[in-house]
Write a protein that binds this ligand. Structure first.
Ligand SMILES: NC(=O)C1=CN([C@@H]2O[C@H](COP(=O)(O)OP(=O)(O)OC[C@H]3O[C@@H](n4cnc5c(N)ncnc54)[C@H](O)[C@@H]3O)[C@@H](O)[C@H]2O)[C@H](O)CC1
Ligand SMILES: [K+]
Length: 535
């Protein structure tokens, strides 16, 4: 799914209006109806007080449509116009007149702090103050209103984007942004929803289809692409009937040091479970018995040194090498890396201490093999590319690094971003339970195992990151977030493969299972709803 810029979204509006022979008021009506239907599905007439806050642009216009539809369905609604400017948009004005004539209810004007209404913690706030047209951070009493709403404890449903958040630009004032409980966004997800600094303002995102021109959306050059189950399916390479272990490659996992042999075990096991034909672990001597006992399927080569790696040798040419996990930063290890990078023809997945060693040694950086996959977490990334002021600058720096060295960079975290040259891909699987030791080692093993099976570096990265998160989700389904450990991700890779082609409609990044679309009237219980969501 394509994530587009604000300018492209406005263009999509225009093209839709032209191609479908409608006017902008009809498109706004469609948008408002979608929001209304979503709310109606959840509330089903419940008499909860809904406060609709409308700005004076088209986002405010959407709010007026929803407000009108709610009033016409006898909900307990108060509609406010947050009157920060007299420059009201044309479609806002149309709907401002219409709500007055159709419902005979006049919206309440808010012009300063003294007009702020009381909001109960059991109420619902509909936030349509600013949409994607925000051009600077809200200030003065408008900022105070946003703080007032955030403090109310009410459930806040933001229309299109939490007010105060820029769709694809860095945050300026984090106190001037609505903290939405739900974000109902129109058709095209906004990049801000997926980045660590801005994503937390937009929890529980739901995309509402308002019939924007599909051809334009698909053909536009996106800011980033979302990788969900449907995209992951397209990368999958089926197992060959006449294949044998040689068909699926030979992985070399170079990892571990005294006290960190587990990293080698996890990566090697994951390489097997994702489907590599053969796996050899290269570890310091102290790792030998551990590997042979915990993973009898693997072959093991040991360094001559007991506790760390000093010289990496093997009597075969690995299809792919996964390197760095728990490896340490001994000088002898750095020399071993240099030699390997100079001489090996294999493809590389470079992680953890291998990345740290590269960051600290310019010579090693120069030897960085082209077409490698690098998997830094935020700390490792900072060491690699230097610090950044915001998430957008970070992504630009990663693009530059990727182009300069011709490598794929996987920026790990919630919504892991994979960057290759100029393109950004955002993964949608995974959960907070995966923030646990060894989770990264598992990913490196998965990526190495995929390269072994013939996936190219980009599809190995996108498919591998998705499968890692998908298996993590399967694990979390069974054991919850806290109890999940890295080994559980590996164990659930089998289920992830089995379910990869099931229920492809299920977009798991739209985390709306609390408000299940399939509810029917029998499910409804006023008290229970209040207990669950409003307390
Ligand atoms: N995307 C779609 O397909 C559709 C979108 N709709 C809705 O339209 C808004 C975008 O509307 P727009 O009028 O362009 O912008 P806003 O509503 O966000 O209004 C901004 C308004 O406020 C001024 N402004 C901006 N920043 C500030 C500030 N800090 N302080 C004061 N004033 C500010 C700005 O100049 C504008 O006048 C989109 O998000 C959707 O909700 C359509 O309804 C349906 C199709
Ligand atoms: K909004």
């Amino acid at each position: 799914m394509n994530i587009l810029s604000v300018d492209q979204i406005y263009k999509a509006d225009k093209i839709t209006i032209k191609n479908q022979n409608i006017d902008s008021v009809q498109l706004m009506e469609r948008a408002g109806e979608q929001v209304f239907d979503w709310i109606e599905d959840i509330l089903m007439g419940a008499p909860i007080h809904i406060h609709v806050f409308c700005g004076i642009g088209n986002n405010g216009g959407d709010g007026l449509v929803v407000g009108r539809l709610l009033i016409e369905s006898d909900y307990n609604v108060t509609v406010y116009v947050v009157n920060f400017s007299d420059k009201r948009s044309k479609d806002f004005l149309h709907n401002y007149d219409r709500i007055k004539t159709d419902t005979k209810v006049w919206p309440t004007l808010i012009k300063s702090e003294k007009d702020f209404p009381e909001i109960g913690s059991g109420d619902i706030v509909l936030d349509s103050i600013f949409g994607i047209g925000l051009n600077r951070s809200p200030e003065g009493w408008v900022k105070k209103l946003i703080e007032h709403l955030n403090k109310s404890g009410a459930l806040i449903i933001s229309i299109d984007i939490p007010s105060g958040l820029f769709a694809n630009k860095a945050l300026e004032d984090k106190d001037a942004v609505i903290k939405a409980t739900h974000t109902l966004t129109f058709q095209i997800p906004k990049l801000a929803f997926f980045l660590p600094e801005t994503g937390p303002f937009a929890s529980m995102v739901k995309t509402l289809d308002i019939g924007l021109d599909q051809k334009f959306i698909e053909e536009a050059e996106p800011l980033a692409q979302l990788i969900s189950q449907e995209e992951a399916q397209s990368f999958y390479i089926p197992r060959k009937k006449f294949g044998y272990k040689g068909t699926y490659g030979h992985a070399l996992i170079v990892a571990g040091s005294y006290g960190k042999i587990g990293a080698a075990v996890l990566a090697s096991t994951a390489a097997f479970r994702i489907g590599a034909g053969m796996v050899t672990a290269f570890v310091p001597k102290c790792g030998y018995n551990i590997l042979q006992t915990t993973l009898p399927e693997a072959m093991v080569i040991t360094d001559k040194e007991e506790e760390f790696i000093t010289e990496i040798t093997s009597d075969f040419e690995p299809t792919a090498i996964g390197i760095g996990m728990g490896m340490g930063k001994n000088q002898a290890t750095v020399q071993a890396l240099k030699k390997l990078f100079k001489n090996s023809k294999s493809q590389f997945v470079i992680d953890a201490d291998a990345l740290n060693n590269i960051s600290e040694n310019k010579d090693l950086m120069k030897l960085l093999p082209k077409k490698s996959i690098l998997t830094p977490h935020p700390g490792e990334l900072k060491r690699l590319i230097g610090s950044w002021n915001d998430d957008y600058e970070k992504l630009e720096k990663v693009k530059k690094f990727s182009k300069k060295h011709d490598v794929v960079v996987i920026v790990k975290g919630a919504y892991t971003a994979t960057v290759y040259e100029d393109k950004i891909y955002i993964n949608t699987s995974g959960n907070p339970g995966m923030g646990t030791a060894g989770s990264g080692d598992t990913l490196s093993g998965i990526l190495t195992g995929l390269l072994c099976q013939g996936y190219d570096i980009l599809s190995a990265s996108l498919f591998g990151v998705f499968m890692h998160g998908f298996a993590g989700n399967k694990a979390a389904d069974k054991m919850g977030y806290e109890a999940l450990i890295a080994g559980d991700i590996i164990e659930n890779l089998s289920e992830a493969y089995v379910e990869l082609f099931m229920d492809p409609e299920n977009d798991n990044w739209e985390d709306d299972d609390l408000f299940d679309d399939d509810w029917d009237d029998d499910d409804w219980d006023d008290d229970e709803w209040e207990d669950d969501f409003l307390k």
